[in-house]
Design a binder for this molecule. Structure first.
Ligand code: ATP
Ligand code: MG
Length: 434
C-alpha cells in the first residue's frame, strides 16, 4: 500500500515521456501546445454547461448535462497529465485519472441510453413554434369574441335603456299632444264666455272688476294661446325625440333591413347631444352635415348605429381633449393663447355620398388632436386604447371594424397629428353576406 502511494507520486521508477520523443523540441512543444489547448477547451465546455443548467432550471435532462461536464473535465485532466508526464513520469497517477475518466464516461454512456427515447419525444422547436402560433391565433379569436360580447352587451343595455325610456315617455307625451288641442279650444270658449258676460253686464260688481284687473285678464287672453302653442311645440319635439330614440335602439330590427342611414346618424347625434355641449369657455362642438342623396341601405340598422356611436364618441373625446389641452404642445397653444382659443372651432363633419351603383361612403371627420402613424395603425386592434384606465375599453373601433366587415364593407382611418382624423366607411347598398 505504502509502495503504491509512493509509486503514485514519485517519478524514480519510470523515465519521463519526453524520452519517447527523444526530447525533440518541435515534437515536445507540439504535444505541449496541443494537450494544453485541448485541456483548456475541455475545461471551458463544462462552464458553459453549468451556466446553461443554472439559467434553464426547467430543462428536463440537467443531470446528464452535468455528467457530460464531469466527463469532459476528466478528459481535459488526462491531457494535462500528458503534459506533466513529459518530464515527470507519474504514470500511476495519470493512469488512475484515465481510469476515473473511463468510469465516468461509461456511466454517462449507460445513463444516456434510456433518456434518448424521451429526448426524441420532446417537441422540436418547429413543433413548439407551430403550437405557439396556434395558441396565439386562438387567443386572438378569444379576444375578438370577448370584445364583441362586451360591446354587444354594452350596446344592448344602452339600446334597451333607450327603448325603455322612449316607450315610457311616449304615453304621457301623447296625452299632452292629444289634449293640448282640446285645452286650446276650451280656453277659447271660456274666454268667449267671459267676453259675453262682460258685454251683457257693463256694471260688474266691484269685486269682480278688481279681480279682473288684479289678474290682468287682457294679458292672460293674449298670452294663454301662445303658452298653449309652445306646449304643443314642446310636445311635438318630445315626440320627435322619442321617434329618434326608437330609431337609435332599433331593438326590433335584429334582422337586416332597408333603412335611411341619415336617420341612424341623426338619432345617434341626438343621443350624444349633451356631449356636444362643452363646459366653461370652450366653444360647443359644431356638427356639419353634408348628406348626399342616398338610397335606402340594406343593413343591420342597430349595429350600424353602434358604429356611428363609437366613431362620434371618439371624435367628441378628442375634441374635448383638444379644448382642454392635448398632450401635444401645439394644441396646448390653442388654450394658452386666448386668441387661438377664440379661433379654435371644434367640428365634426359628416358627409355621405353614393360611390357607385353598389356602394355608399360615409365620412366622419373631426379637427381634434389627430393620431400618430403608430396609433393609427393600432386603432382597430381589440383593447387598444390611449385613454386612462377605466375611461376607455379600447373596443369601440375593433367592434366597428367587425360590424362593417360583416356588412361586406370597409372602414379606413386617416389621421394627421394636431389636425384631425377622418373615418371613411364604405358599405354596399345591398348587403351581400352575413
Ligand atoms: N377621432 C379620433 N381622434 C384621435 N384618436 C382617436 C380617434 N378615434 C380613435 N382614437 C384612438 O384610438 C383608440 C382606440 O379607440 P376605441 O374607440 O377602439 O377605444 P377607446 O375609445 O379608447 O375605448 P372605448 O372602447 O370605450 O371606445 C383611442 O383610445 C384613441 O387613442
Ligand atoms: Mg371609443
Amino acid at each position: 500500500m505504502h509502495n503504491l502511494g509512493q509509486d503514485f507520486l514519485t517519478d524514480s521508477l519510470f523515465i519521463p515521456h519526453g524520452h519517447c520523443y527523444l526530447w525533440k523540441p518541435s515534437l515536445v512543444w507540439l504535444n505541449i501546445i496541443s494537450d494544453s489547448l485541448i485541456a483548456l477547451v475541455y475545461y471551458s465546455i463544462p462552464i458553459a454547461l453549468v451556466y446553461f443548467v443554472h439559467k434553464r432550471k426547467d430543462f428536463p435532462f440537467k443531470w446528464i448535462l452535468l455528467l457530460f461536464g464531469a466527463f469532459i473535465v476528466s478528459c481535459g485532466t488526462t491531457h494535462l497529465m500528458d503534459v506533466w508526464t513529459l518530464w515527470h513520469p507519474t504514470y500511476w497517477l495519470s493512469t488512475f485519472i484515465k481510469c476515473i475518466t473511463a468510469i465516468i464516461s461509461l456511466y454517462t454512456a449507460i445513463a444516456l441510453l434510456p433518456i434518448i427515447p424521451q429526448a426524441i419525444a420532446l417537441p422540436s422547436p418547429a413543433q413548439l413554434e407551430a403550437a405557439n402560433s396556434q395558441l396565439k391565433l386562438t387567443l386572438k379569436e378569444l379576444e375578438n369574441t370577448q370584445a364583441q360580447l362586451i360591446q354587444t352587451e354594452k350596446m344592448s343595455s344602452l339600446g334597451q335603456l333607450v327603448a325603455g325610456i322612449a316607450h315610457e315617455i311616449n304615453n304621457p307625451v301623447s296625452f299632452i299632444d292629444g289634449n293640448v288641442f282640446i285645452v286650446n279650444e276650451y280656453t277659447k270658449n271660456l274666454f268667449n264666455l267671459i267676453a259675453l258676460y262682460q258685454e251683457g253686464d257693463r256694471h260688474l260688481p266691484l269685486k269682480i272688476k278688481a279681480y279682473i284687473e288684479e289678474i290682468d285678464l287682457d294679458f292672460i287672453q293674449e298670452d294663454l294661446p301662445k303658452i298653449l302653442s309652445s306646449i304643443k311645440m314642446g310636445a311635438n319635439r318630445i315626440s320627435k325625440l322619442v321617434l329618434s330614440l326608437r330609431n337609435f335602439s332599433r331593438l326590433d330590427e335584429a334582422e337586416k333591413k332597408e333603412v335611411d342611414i341619415h336617420e341612424g346618424l341623426d338619432s345617434t347625434l341626438l343621443i350624444l347631444q349633451n356631449r356636444l355641449e362643452t363646459e366653461g369657455n370652450y366653444p360647443d362642438i359644431q356638427i356639419i352635415k353634408q348628406y348626399g342623396n342616398l338610397p335606402k341601405i340594406e343593413c343591420y340598422p342597430g349595429q350600424l348605429n353602434q358604429v356611428f356611436m363609437n366613431i362620434l364618441n371618439n371624435s367628441i373625446d378628442t375634441l374635448k381633449e383638444s379644448g382642454i389641452g392635448c398632450n401635444l404642445s401645439v394644441v396646448k397653444l390653442k388654450i394658452t393663447n386666448n386668441q387661438e382659443l377664440i379661433n379654435y372651432n371644434p367640428q365634426i363633419r359628416i358627409c355621405t355620398e353614393v360611390l357607385d351603383t353598389n356602394q355608399v361612403i360615409i365620412r366622419i371627420t373631426d379637427n381634434g388632436c389627430g393620431m400618430t402613424e403608430e396609433i393609427t395603425r393600432k386603432i382597430f386592434d381589440p383593447f387598444f386604447t390611449t385613454k386612462p384606465v377605466g375611461s376607455g375599453t379600447g373596443l369601440g373601433m375593433s367592434i366597428s371594424y367587425q360590424i362593417i366587415n360583416k356588412h361586406g364593407g370597409q372602414i379606413k382611418c386617416i389621421s394627421v397629428p394636431l389636425q384631425g382624423t377622418e373615418f371613411i366607411i364604405q358599405i354596399p347598398i345591398q348587403i351581400k353576406s352575413i
